[in-house]
Design a protein around this ligand. Structure first.
Ligand code: NAD
Length: 367
């Protein structure tokens, strides 16, 4: 065995129902005295109780998906004007992403409080969009110093977004099996991540399908499901940050950018097709995924396991449902082929990639 694995330093606090006190303790431990609190208007109510316990000098609500540079610039100026010495983000991947954009140029530490399963809080990857072009990069400065996971904050996440976001985390795990830098530690983390997500998500989806708001999840069962899913989402992101983007993420990045598709739903739709595409060429990964999903170890066990889970979750099925035009399949081929990592288990050709994209577009199984 020959590999080098780096584990970046980060504190992770699980504190269901106790995020205000837990965030206050993290801010104090980091020496923060002037907090810039970032949360969109939709996430404001989740952030209010936290704001009461920490020394906030500025609340910033302008959050936009994929972090346009002008939005990042305004946030950076606001941080400087207020003399902030620490960032607290309360929200989904877009909110965490804005905190990262501020940290990138200021070096301020972040305490991240995630309210979706996107996992950005556990990676050192930043993203910024200029016009139509999204640029991503890696910098240790943007990895939050502390993460506070409070399952209570995810009870307001609508059922369809819960499922899509959870499957986005599942995609981090699956791509970590064969990403360009995937190592045995990434695969172990990803396998446990898949197990936790497959355990947690059905409980969460059961409780929240069709219901928006805290009434959807009553009692400890729902909260435990959210905690399992958050735990899985954290492992997924840690594995993914180390392994790097594989075929799945390259496809979603190109399609999302070209056709302005919603992030989590795009991942949820594309995942089974990439798994069916690569699994026959990656027997060890396929066996790990099948085992984590409680499926049989035969050649189609991983795909069958994911299909069964998706059925229970009523997962998003087709890219055409999210506005991708059919002629987009041909347009996306060249940029995807250019980006596919050289170590992808299955050889990628125009023909087999067209078949994959057609299946994902139409919501039909990959034949
Ligand atoms: P998001 O942050 O855009 O949130 C989606 C919507 O849900 C928003 O309107 C938000 O306000 C709302 N919301 C969030 N939490 C809620 C809650 N608990 N209750 C009710 N509403 C809630 O979506 P996302 O999928 O979390 O993040 C997507 C973004 O994150 C993309 O830009 C993606 O590129 C980025 N991302 C980055 C990384 C990384 O490592 N850098 C990893 C994953 C995702």
């Amino acid at each position: 065995m020959r590999f080098t694995h780096e584990t970046p330093a980060q504190r992770v606090v699980f504190a269901a129902g106790r995020s205000p006190d837990a965030v206050a303790a993290e801010v104090e431990a980091l020496g923060g005295a002037k907090v810039m609190l970032i949360a969109s208007d939709r996430e404001k109510e989740l952030a209010d109780p936290i704001a009461e316990k920490i020394p906030v000098v500025l609340r910033h609500e302008e959050v936009v998906m994929h972090v346009p540079v002008e939005v990042a610039e305004r946030a950076r100026r606001a941080a400087a004007d207020a003399g902030a010495d620490i960032l607290v983000s309360v929200g989904g991947g877009s909110t965490t992403g804005l905190a990262k954009a501020v940290a990138l140029t200021t070096g301020l530490p972040i305490v991240a409080v995630p309210t979706t399963y996107a996992g950005s809080e556990a990676t050192d990857v930043w993203g910024l969009t200029e016009g139509e072009t999204k640029t991503t990069g890696v910098d240790k400065k943007v990895l939050p110093a502390s993460v506070v996971y409070d399952a209570g904050l995810l009870t307001t996440l609508p059922g369809d977004l819960t499922v899509a976001s959870g499957l986005n985390a599942m995609a981090h795990c699956v791509d970590s099996m064969w990403g360009p830098r995937a190592d045995p530690i990434d695969r172990a983390l990803a396998q446990e991540g898949i197990r936790a997500l497959a355990t947690g998500l059905p409980a969460v989806a059961d409780a929240s399908t069709g219901i928006e708001g805290i009434e959807g999840i009553e009692g400890i069962e729902g909260i435990e499901g959210i905690e399992q899913t958050l735990y899985g989402a954290y492992l997924a992101a840690v594995a993914f940050a180390s392994a790097g983007s594989g075929l799945h993420h390259k496809i979603c990045h190109v399609l999302g950018g070209m056709f302005h598709l919603p992030h989590a739903q795009t991942h949820a739709v594309v995942l089974p097709h990439v798994l069916a595409f690569n699994a026959p060429h990656a027997p060890e990964a396929a066996a790990r995924i099948a085992q984590a999903l409680g499926s049989d170890s035969g050649p189609r066990g991983a795909s069958a396991g994911l299909a069964a889970l998706r059925e229970v979750l009523h997962a998003p099925r087709a890219l055409r449902d999210y506005g991708m035009p059919e002629d987009g399949i041909a347009k996306a081929l060249a940029p995807i082929i250019k980006a596919v990592p050289a170590n992808n288990p299955a050889p990628v050709t125009e023909d087999n990639l067209t078949a994959l994209l057609k299946a994902a577009w139409a919501g039909e199984p990959l034949s």
